[in-house]
Design a protein around this ligand. Structure first.
Ligand code: SF4
Ligand code: SF4
Length: 350
């Protein structure tokens, strides 16, 4: 049974103080604290993977199974046991892909390459870091369910309760299942690391990009060919932009399974010269405009204020918004007119 299951039949009292996992999650995300102990590499098992073939299919199967059936995979009261997510999309990108050097320039030098974070894990375990060509990043998209999307699409100022729960429980689920996979691989003698639950992870304001973390699941998912960016900076995938993302690094050569569009805005109607800006109309604080795209600072201020609202009304410790990811043409898929034009070009998305 998951650790939050005890709230099965009621809201928690004095939620500002009693939602301990929520508080830990929020502080961890901002400050790189309260993460579980890193698993230790089982060096005796280095050549032995107990007969399991750890290929792309294994990762897709394992993630899909855990997202559907893990004890932490259900919503809380009053939506007890509804699923948090639909089945995931999973993609792979090799550690020596040149895009990671570009991220150093686009996002900033603080953003880790897969090799840098793997080096940290290798040194912690007293082994030599593997070559960048021998490591891969596994990236996954967890699409938000129709119930939650529908609720949030009806919201006009603050996130719906299902959305707020998804933001918190989905993050806990994601960190838990990645932690289990990483621990399993380390036990099999394969170096692996989940960058966003290491002490290296904390969010800061950076000159070029404003609030940012040293490991962006969103950019990693783009690198793995899982989607492209919209006006609101969310990643538009074949399951839309209403989702949570995760990623981790493994010392295995996994084959990329999706073609990455060169145009980082390939699936956004506005950027492709078509009428839209529905996300801008959905934003209660005008953080999205045709002239300046997404103003991260204005957005951040609104999202930070939502903590009080969610706590008071939904009895959990979480912030969020996502109004611009729901009630929009890219909510649950690539907009239809863009799909049609991709289908007419044989070199488009796989
Ligand atoms: S709502 Fe329209 S303009 Fe905004 S990200 Fe989606 S497709 Fe682009
Ligand atoms: S997430 Fe940010 S940009 Fe999107 S609607 Fe909310 S405040 Fe506006």
């Amino acid at each position: 049974m998951g650790k939050r299951r005890r709230m099965e039949k009621r809201y928690r009292y004095i939620s500002l103080l009693s939602d301990i996992e929520g508080m830990k999650n929020a502080i961890g995300e901002m400050r790189g604290m309260f993460f579980p102990k890193q698993p230790v590499l089982n060096q005796d098992a280095r050549m032995d993977t107990a007969g399991t073939v750890l290929d792309e299919e294994w990762f897709i199967r394992t993630l899909t199974d855990k997202i559907a059936h893990h004890p932490e995979s259900g919503m809380e009261y009053p939506f007890y046991d509804e699923p948090i997510f639909d089945p995931p999309l999973v993609g792979f990108v090799r550690g020596n892909d040149l895009i990671f050097d570009q991220f150093k320039e686009i996002i900033g030098p603080h953003h880790f390459t897969p090799w840098e974070i793997m080096k940290w894990q290798a040194e912690k375990n007293g082994v030599a870091p593997p070559d960048a060509k021998d490591i891969s990043v596994v990236s996954f998209v967890m699409p938000i369910t129709r119930n939650t999307r529908t609720d949030n699409a009806a919201a006009v100022d603050w996130p719906s309760e299902r959305w707020a729960q998804t933001r918190l429980l989905g993050e806990i689920l994601s960190q838990t299942i990645v932690g289990e996979i990483v621990a399993d691989l380390m036990d099999k003698g394969i170096l692996a690391v989940s960058p966003d639950v290491t002490p290296k992870f904390n969010k800061k304001r950076y000159p070029k990009v404003g609030w940012a973390s040293p490991w962006s699941h969103r950019h990693i998912a783009y690198a793995a060919g899982l989607g492209t960016f919209g006006m609101q900076d969310f990643l538009i995938t074949e399951k839309g932009c209403a989702h949570r993302l995760g990623s981790f690094v493994v010392n295995l050569k996994l084959k990329p399974n999706r073609q990455r569009p060169e145009d980082i805005h390939a699936y956004c109607l506005h950027y492709q010269g078509q009428k839209c800006l529905k996300c801008a109309k959905r934003c209660p604080v005008n953080a999205i405009t045709a002239e300046n795209a997404h103003n991260k600072e204005t957005c951040y201020q609104k999202v930070a204020q939502s903590l009080k609202y969610c706590n008071k009304n939904y009895h959990i410790f979480i912030y969020g918004c996502g109004l611009c990811a729901t009630g929009v043409p890219c909510e649950s898929g690539i907009p239809e007119s863009i799909q049609r034009s991709m289908e007419s070009k044989p070199s488009g998305k796989k």
